[in-house]
Design a protein around this ligand. Structure first.
Ligand code: 6PG
Length: 476
């Protein structure tokens, strides 16, 4: 057999699916796993794809099986294990070989790893892979960061395995060092917001309109045929309609309301805050997961405070309200995506990445968890105006905001008056209302800062007076 085009270490769920995908697309791949039995089992179960796979039981054998310069995908648990694996691998590698971390790494770790290899002659790619198990097997969205030369070496293989939107492969080189992992992190931040907003709408339907899981599933199913068409809406319908094999009840009603999180949402918010870019909808979504996780405290608080004393949730016209919910979800979604893209635009300036916004939207149209029809509209908007300050002032999206924000306002109002928590929806609305108001209220904050700390302020008339007359007279 000819030398393998690429190698992969780590035959867990994601690694083995990615390896099978690579093999299936006609590439020869060498694979290695720390536990030899895992490699043997993987190979034994690979069926017809065995002819494209070189199973290796030692690192020496593995490295020798790959055509230099060797691209080696490391698909193991993010964090410390990646550093350990890289150290183990390094002595066997040669100049220009490329270690590729395909896990959900913090981009700051990716930058560090990239820098640490600078003088070694080896190179590094930080590669975000989205789409879960299915995506890895049949076509993920792939976000690549590293040297352009390294990308050139892997471009063909990665293009062959990526998801396709029409005929466009959902993979791209996005910039140097941490660019790929940063974009994947923001993808996940947006994913958190999308999921939370869906959950809040579900809450209004369940606790406000008292609809059953199956009925709510129907509603999401209808919405999936319209402007909200997306993978997350599609799976929400399926989730809501699934029956528990033990009780026959909707499984969703039996799932504990505590959400897990591995860190990418939190990193998005930390980086947004570091750069001073508001990402309030993503923040609200991360915080909502944290509140969800203190189940015991919430139950105790309900006993002390009770639920809000608001009486029956009242909507005059259910059909019109359902339409409003659909539009509200679209409006809020626009807010979350606008924030995510604004964070990436600032990071691009700060880290000199030159992130291509239209390309990012393009490679998120298929394969990844947030894939949707909506991302095609974002692609078009950024293609027309790649340097626009914010997605919501582009002609297409400002039009959509104007069309849907009334519904978001009505839905948030109804939820607030009905005592139902909608932190992410309300954050998106607050973002629109603050961002579109030319004259805000920070004049009072500036005055307060100057009053207690002599921090100074600028005047709207440009006069050269930067402190207030705080000790002198008041207006009569
Ligand atoms: C993807 C997903 C994937 C994973 C998240 C889940 O793009 O394929 O985002 O990366 O499912 O890590 O993250 P949480 O465990 O934090 O929800």
């Amino acid at each position: 057999m000819a030398q393998a085009e690429i190698g992969l270490i780590g035959l867990g769920v994601m690694g083995s699916n990615l390896a099978l995908n690579i093999a299936e697309k006609g590439n020869t791949i060498a694979v290695f796993n720390r536990t030899v039995e895992v490699t043997r089992k993987f190979y034994a179960e690979a069926g017809a794809l065995q002819s494209q796979i070189v199973p290796c039981e030692t690192i020496e054998e593995f490295v020798a099986a790959i055509r230099p310069p060797r691209p080696i995908i490391i698909m193991i648990k993010a964090g410390e294990p990646v550093d350990q694996q890289m150290e183990l691998l390094k002595p066997y590698l040669e100049k220009n070989d490329i270690m590729i971390d395909a896990g959900n790494a913090n981009f700051r770790d990716t930058m560090r790893r990239f820098d640490n290899l600078k003088d070694s002659g080896l190179t590094f790619i930080g590669m975000g892979v989205s789409g879960g198990e299915e995506g890895a097997r049949h076509g993920p969205s792939i976000m690549v960061g590293g040297k352009e030369d390294s990308w050139k070496r892997v471009e063909k293989v990665l293009t062959s395995i990526a998801a396709k939107y029409n005929d466009d492969p959902c993979v791209a080189w996005l910039g140097e060092n941490g660019a790929g992992h940063f974009v994947k992190t923001i993808h996940n931040g947006i994913e958190y917001a999308d999921m939370q907003m869906i959950a809040e709408i579900y809450g209004i339907l369940r606790d406000g309109l008292k609809m059953s899981a199956t009925e709510i599933g129907e509603v999401f199913g209808e919405w999936n045929k319209g402007r909200l068409n997306s993978y997350l809406i599609e799976i929400t319908e399926k989730v809501l309609k699934a029956a528990d094999p033990i009780t026959g009840k909707p499984i969703v009603d039996l799932i504990l309301d505590k959400a897990g999180q591995k860190g990418t949402g939190k990193w998005s918010v930390i980086e947004a805050q570091n750069m001073g870019i508001p990402a309030t909808a993503i923040e609200a979504a991360v915080a909502a997961r944290s509140i969800s996780s203190v189940k015991g405290e919430r139950e105790a608080a309900e006993k002390v405070l009770g639920l809000p004393a608001v009486g029956e949730f009242n909507v005059a016209d259910k059909t019109a309200f359902l339409k409003d919910l659909e539009s509200a979800l679209l409006a809020a979604k626009i807010g979350a995506y606008a924030q995510g893209f604004a964070v990436m635009a600032e990071a691009s300036r700060e880290f000199n990445w030159n992130l291509p916004m239209p390309t990012i939207a393009k490679i998120w149209r298929a394969g990844c968890i947030i894939r949707s029809a909506f991302l095609d509209e974002i692609t078009t908007a950024f293609t027309k105006d790649p340097n626009v300050a914010n997605l919501i002032v582009t002609p297409a999206f400002s039009g959509m905001v104007k069309e849907t924000d009334g519904a978001l306002r009505r839905v948030v109002s109804a939820a607030v008056l009905g005592g139902l928590p909608v932190p992410a929806l309300a954050s998106a609305l607050g973002y629109f209302d603050s961002y579109r108001r030319g004259r805000g209220t920070a004049n009072v904050i500036q005055a307060q800062r100057d009053f207690f700390g002599a921090h100074g302020f600028d005047r709207i008339d440009g006069a050269d007076s930067h402190h207030g007359p705080w000790g002198s007279g008041l207006i009569a």
